[in-house]
Design a protein around this ligand. Structure first.
Ligand code: C2E
Ligand code: CA
Ligand code: CA
Ligand code: CA
Length: 276
């Protein structure tokens, strides 16, 4: 048993070294990712459930490493947050998405709002709202064409300073959405303190509707309450026609998910809209 214990110890420490190495490799690679042009945005269409029209697109970050390997955000966003690299990376994402909106408009496509994810660290960065204003001015993107997605945790942590930042963004005309709604601990009444435009119902509540009675009731209640507060509701992770139809019955405003499209390149999305 002792020998096995030592063996285990060795196993774990090797695994830890591998993980630390992995992390350092990721971190140093990430430091150069912007300048080397390795970051890319994919866009997932957001559908108006009543009309079926594509009305927006969420920008989702991808990292195409030098060797060609594609790294998904769940593998590097946390490291980017911890190291602070999320600040320049997030600004790159915002600038690229805003420039893309303008390019789509110039190409004669129907008005397409862009949604950009903001991490907590980025949101708390002093001068964040001024950065957004600068990027909008530099790219020529209208504020009302931009939606910023933040999570409940951003609001819960430092509510007073969050409220001030959101107020300034809202006054600029930028739309604000709560991402992954339902996974944090905030309530809809709490959200009243903030100038929020939209709620995105987390995928975990959408997955088992309409079969699961509890999730169906939660989805219905969130949609009704959100509407009573004047908020737009977006359902995430819609994968089946049954989910779509049920959400439509509940008067959910918009939906996103593999049923409609996975995240695609800007060129592919433009092609989809031209054919529509
Ligand atoms: P999120 O903001 O909740 O984005 C939705 C995620 O769900 C995306 O994963 C998307 O590809 C995936 N998804 C969309 N439709 C479906 C569906 O029908 N079924 C399933 N199972 N999944 C679906 P992705 O692109 O891997 O992004 C993961 C997370 O990484 C995002 O979650 C977001 O929190 C973060 N992220 C992505 N891009 C950025 C960024 O530019 N900045 C920051 N700060 N975070 C980002
Ligand atoms: Ca999001
Ligand atoms: Ca989400
Ligand atoms: Ca998520």
């Amino acid at each position: 048993a002792k020998a096995q214990g030592r063996g285990n110890y060795q196993f774990y420490s090797e695994e830890m070294n591998a993980r630390t190495l992995d992390r350092l490799t990721l971190e140093s690679g990430l430091r150069h990712a912007i300048e080397r042009g390795e970051l890319q945005l994919m866009y997932q269409p957001q559908i108006d459930l009543a009309s079926g029209a594509v009305i927006g697109a969420e920008a989702l970050l991808r990292w195409r490493q030098g060797g060609g390997q594609l790294v998904m955000p769940d593998a590097f966003i946390a490291i980017a947050e911890e190291t602070g690299l999320i600040v320049p990376i997030g600004e790159w994402v915002l600038r690229t998405a805003c420039a893309q909106h303008v390019a789509w408009q110039r190409a004669g496509l129907p008005e397409l709002r862009v949604a950009v994810n903001l991490s907590a660290r980025q949101f708390r960065q002093p001068g964040m709202d001024a950065m957004v204003a600068r990027v909008l001015a530099e790219t020529g993107c209208h504020a009302s064409a931009l939606e910023l997605e933040i999570t409940e945790s951003v609001l819960m942590d430092r509510p007073d300073s969050a409220a001030q930042t959101l107020q300034r963004l809202s006054e600029m005309g930028v739309l604000l959405a709560i991402d992954d709604f339902g996974t944090g601990y905030s309530s809809l009444s709490y959200l009243k303190r903030f100038p929020i435009n939209a709620l995105k119902i987390d995928r975990s509540f959408v997955r088992d509707i309409p079969a699961d009675a509890d999730d169906s009731a939660i989805a219905g209640a969130v949609i009704a309450l959100a509407h009573s507060m004047g908020l737009t509701v977006v359902a995430e992770g819609v994968e089946t026609p049954q989910q779509r139809d049920f959400l439509r019955q509940l008067h959910c405003d918009q939906a996103q998910g593999y049923l409609f499209s996975e995240p695609v390149s800007a060129a592919t999305l433009a092609g989809m809209l031209r054919r529509a």
